[in-house]
Design a binder for this molecule. Structure first.
Ligand code: HEM
Length: 505
């Protein structure tokens, strides 16, 4: 009898949910005269993305390109209205000037580790961001540089031992190893063995970077799921990070900061404070208090690992791909490394030396323009708010998407956008563009907190790798297709290249 009642209730809920999705409000954008493609029943405009037939990158770029005269485009994900921004003045206003109305990303996992910098909300986010920002100052990065450099050296030793004079391979395997090693060394204080991949970590990484259908439900009935404490992520992910943090903090370091001066030491200092206080937006706000539990610590370790690992590995692989295709750029970069690092600074890799690599910076930015690893800056409105320069008034919890790839390939800002051309990032050319036309790290107070770390980590890799190896296209080249099952940009068949050892005199 009880089972029958449960089944009938569940069935009724499912039917109600389906009816809501099928018949719900699809007139939302019409009231503001916002144009957009006609939504279909159930999935709205996102059928192919939700069924993982196309990547979210391709979908949003197509929508961006097919509405050249619109400042904004109205979409529906299932039944949820989403406003896609095309106009850069609006992007600037929403990301920077009106930031307080758009603090949150609307990403909820319902997971034990939800209180992390990337998905936390409102004053909890403010509290965490204030706490973690000092981790990325030049002084702190200086302290970590030797850890990253050691990873670069170990990578070279490994490559020298395993690569004959020349080889064709998927370079993602190389850049991923470097990214795992450098993030592990700096985030977890773990020195990994380059020759022995950690199978458990590989498994967890696969889970972290896979699209979960369950997460789509948050577009359908977010409040219900929150009330049910619905967990959209596999438990294995939180278990892995909680165990790992316990191992490093409690067992290896006995609860006392070591002298490695890595993220884990900084997290340990935070743990010893037992609670964080602050996060006030306005004078009248109550102080937010966040007890620093092992789960809160593990949540930060997870987000720094997740946000920092795949992003750098992918960016570096695409940079090598473009350098292989553009031999003149590779040669110019090699000459810069030779002069600035080896001739001028005797091979010493300080932050100052890395900063002097101005052409490298242009190459890196052009790579991020063509291959932004995250497709959207996501925001939800905190209250009823007017979109500047339009008649649109959003209500609380409406979604805003900023299509990074669409903007990066817009001919208005980047003529001949499919051409790899680092000159686009010469100081004069940067000055002449809208300041929001380049946003691989997002914009405003919630932009990527790890951007400076990523810049150091990636420049260091390119210095080490390119001073020992040259890259060329493989014998058979194929156009990239991207994997719709991944949350970040990833080439379905990897990034195959020919690598040849340089004769270093
Ligand atoms: C090439 C490398 C990277 C790229 C392209 C990248 C890109 C991004 C983007 C687009 C965002 C969202 C920004 C927004 O919504 O406005 C973000 C957020 C974030 N990134 Fe990165 N990232 C990179 C590397 C890293 C690294 C190395 C770390 C950590 C060591 C990191 C940690 C984070 C964190 C914690 C956030 C959330 C910040 C917050 O919500 O306050 N990222 N990143």
């Amino acid at each position: 009898m009880t089972l029958a009642i449960i089944l009938v209730t569940l069935l009724s809920l499912i039917i109600l949910l389906l009816l809501y999705c099928l018949l719900g409000n699809r007139q939302y954008w019409k009231q503001f005269n916002v144009k957009g493609p006609e939504p279909s029943a159930l999935f709205g405009n996102y059928k192919d993305v939700i069924l993982r037939r196309v990547t979210s990158f391709d979908f949003h770029e197509k929508i961006y390109n097919s509405h050249p005269n619109e400042k904004v485009v109205g979409l529906y994900r299932f039944n949820t209205p989403v406003l896609l921004l095309r106009d850069l003045d609006i992007v600037q206003q929403v990301s920077i000037r009106d930031f307080d109305s758009f603090v949150n990303r609307g990403i909820e996992f319902g997971d034990k580790l939800s209180t992390n910098l990337g998905s936390s909300c409102d004053n909890t986010w403010r509290l965490l961001r204030t706490r973690f920002s000092p981790i990325f100052t030049s002084g702190k990065l200086k302290n970590m540089l030797h850890l990253v450099e050691r990873c670069g050296d170990q990578l070279l030793e490994h490559l020298d031992a395993t690569i004959p004079s020349s080889i064709e391979c998927d370079v993602v395997n190389i850049t991923k190893r470097y990214a795992i090693m450098s993030i592990s060394a700096c985030v977890f204080g773990i020195d990994r063995d380059m020759t022995k991949p950690d199978e458990k970590l590989e498994e967890v990484n696969k889970m972290i970077f896979t699209q979960y259908q369950a997460l789509e439900l948050f577009y359908v009935c977010p409040e219900l799921l929150k009330k049910m404490h619905f967990n959209a992520l596999p438990k294995k992910i939180s278990e892995y990070f909680i165990r790992l943090v316990d191992e490093v903090i409690n067992k290896q370091r006995n609860g006392v900061p070591s002298n490695r001066k890595d993220f884990m030491d900084l997290l340990l200092e935070m743990k010893n404070m037992t609670e964080l206080k602050g996060g006030k937006k306005n004078d009248g706000d109550e102080i937010t208090v966040l007890p620093v539990t092992d789960e809160v610590i593990a949540a930060q370790a997870m987000v720094f690992h997740g946000a920092g690992m795949e992003s750098s590995a992918t960016t570096l692989a695409f940079a090598l791909h473009e350098l292989a295709k553009n031999q003149d750029v590779q040669e110019k970069l090699f000459q810069e490394i030779k002069q600035q690092v080896f001739e001028k600074n005797n091979g010493e890799l300080s932050l100052e030396t890395l900063k002097q690599l101005t052409y490298m910076s242009q190459v890196f930015d052009e790579t991020l323009r063509m291959y932004p690893i995250i497709d959207l800056q996501r925001k939800v409105s905190a209250s009823s708010v007017q979109i500047p320069g339009t008649d649109i008034t959003l209500k609380r919890d409406d979604y805003i998407f900023v299509p990074i790839r669409g903007i990066h390939y817009d001919e208005k800002y980047y003529p001949d956008p499919y051409k790899f051309d680092p000159e686009r990032f010469s100081p004069e050319n940067v000055k002449s563009r809208h300041p929001c036309a380049f946003l691989p790290f997002g914009l405003g107070p919630r932009h990527c907190i790890g951007a400076r770390f990523a810049t150091v980590q990636n420049r260091l890799f390119l210095v080490k790798f390119l001073s020992h190896y040259k890259v060329e296209p493989p014998a058979v080249t194929k156009k990239f297709t991207y994997n719709p099952m991944k949350i970040t940009l990833a080439a379905t068949d990897g990034v195959p290249l020919k690598i040849t050892r340089r004769n270093i005199s």
